[in-house]
Design a protein around this ligand. Structure first.
Ligand code: PLP
Length: 409
């Protein structure tokens, strides 16, 4: 049955292919700038000290067992996750206008939201889901899997290496009324370019005017700036404006819990007399979707995150750990930029490296340059010129800058 014409060979995931090529490379000074996970200054994965503390608490708990979690997940976790993203004083929480489900990290949250929208979002034939161009590659696959039509809005300006704000706004404004607009809450992947607060306000006005539906993907809260509330500003602003919306929340990066798959999906409805009724109906359908997809979510990561989110002392420790990660990355941005500008003598020529935020930077390097730097200097980054800042450290930043300078001249 499964002949070549039925099941053609699929292309390798480009990112995983890049990782394999890096592993095979025996060059001593090779540098991995493809990786989407935090590395410490010794290029090693970092278990957050607060996660170790929470793990100790968990292991000593005599009542711990391996029973199933409820379909919606660990309630202490989802309530705390909701508070974290919406803000403790959120009107949506006070007015019980939000419902939250624990998911298989951010990917699972995006998927649950996409699945829900594919079933229940009232659509006319010309509506679609709009992604930024470019976006996290998995968005395309996740929304295609549930058969939602996809279009894009401009986002990155190759010229300024910043936001193409006019392009973004006019495409969202021209989109058929009631389209779904996917937005990165902070630390846009892959570009590292975020709208300013004033730009977010303008975006919200266009979305409101066209009765679009915002869907926030938040994979880097606290990891971007080191400040949890600052990184949730856009989401909280939209909620304050009364939007009905979806939010996908990942705890992979900000807790370093990548493999534990801790995340949450939130649905928030606007203020109205039947808001609680809406939320109740939505939650009842989400429960059915979740049951058929995963039955119930995994426990370990959610237990760790829940302990930290609900304990003031651990929470403080977490905030310090976040500042360590974000701070190291911001320092690496500065170092890379200053090394590059010293080499070419042109002040401001690499300003976009420090303007961009979060795990990634869109360097502006072309595909031939990316292939050249891989061949000449064993520096690995994705073909679109995206560099993972977490792969830089005080031992390799100068080496990388020299290699970049050489290929871009
Ligand atoms: N969304 C975006 C924009 C991301 O960059 C990522 C991870 O790279 C995710 C979602 C989901 O990650 P995870 O499923 O590991 O939480």
């Amino acid at each position: 049955v499964f002949r070549q014409d039925n099941v053609p060979q699929a292309p390798e995931d480009p990112l995983f292919g890049l990782m394999a090529a890096y592993r095979r490379d025996e060059f001593e000074k090779k540098v991995d700038l493809g990786i989407g996970a935090y590395r410490d200054n010794n290029a090693k994965p970092w278990v957050l000290p607060v996660v170790k503390s929470a793990d100790d608490v968990l292991r000593k708990d005599p009542n711990l067992n391996h029973e199933y979690l409820p379909i919606a997940g660990l309630a202490d976790f989802t309530t705390a996750a909701q508070r974290l993203i919406l803000g403790a004083d959120s009107p949506a929480i006070k007015e019980k206008r939000a419902t939250s489900f624990q998911t298989i990290s951010g990917t699972g949250a995006v998927h649950l939201g996409a699945l829900f929208l594919s079933r229940f979002y009232p659509r006319s034939s010309n509506q679609a889901v709009y992604f930024s161009s470019p976006t996290w590659a998995n968005h395309n696959q996740i929304f295609s899997n549930v058969h939602l039509p996809i279009r894009t809005y401009p986002y990155f300006s190759a010229q300024t290496k910043g936001l193409d704000f006019q392009g973004m706004k006019s495409t969202i404004s021209d989109a058929p009324e009631g389209s779904i607009i996917l937005l990165h809450a902070c630390a846009h992947n892959p570009t590292g370019v975020d709208p300013t607060r004033d730009q977010w306000k303008e975006i919200s006005e266009v979305i409101r005017a066209k009765k679009h539906f915002p869907f926030f993907d938040c994979a880097y809260q606290g990891f971007a700036s080191g400040d949890l509330q600052n990184d949730a500003w856009a989401v909280q602003y939209f909620v304050s404006q009364g939007f009905e919306m979806c939010i996908a929340q990942s705890f992979a990066k900000n807790f370093g819990l990548y493999g534990e798959r801790a995340g949450a999906f939130h649905f928030v409805t606007g203020p109205s007399p039947d808001a609680q009724d809406t939320v109740g109906r939505v939650a009842s359908q989400l429960a059915i979707l979740q049951r058929s997809e995963i039955s119930n979510p995994p426990a370990y990561g959610a237990r760790i995150a829940s302990l930290v989110l609900n304990d003031p002392a651990l929470f403080k420790e977490w905030e310090a750990n976040l500042r360590t990660m974000a701070g190291r990355i911001i320092d690496m941005r500065k170092e890379l930029r200053s090394n590059l500008e010293q080499l070419n003598g042109k002040e401001g020529s690499w300003k976009h490296i420090t303007d961009q935020i979060g795990m990634f930077s869109f360097t502006g390097m072309t595909e031939p340059q990316v292939l050249q730097i891989r061949k000449d200097a064993h520096v690995y980054m994705t073909k679109n010129g995206r560099m993972s800042m977490a792969g830089l450290n005080t031992s390799n930043v100068e080496y990388v800058a020299k290699a970049m300078d050489k290929v871009v001249r």
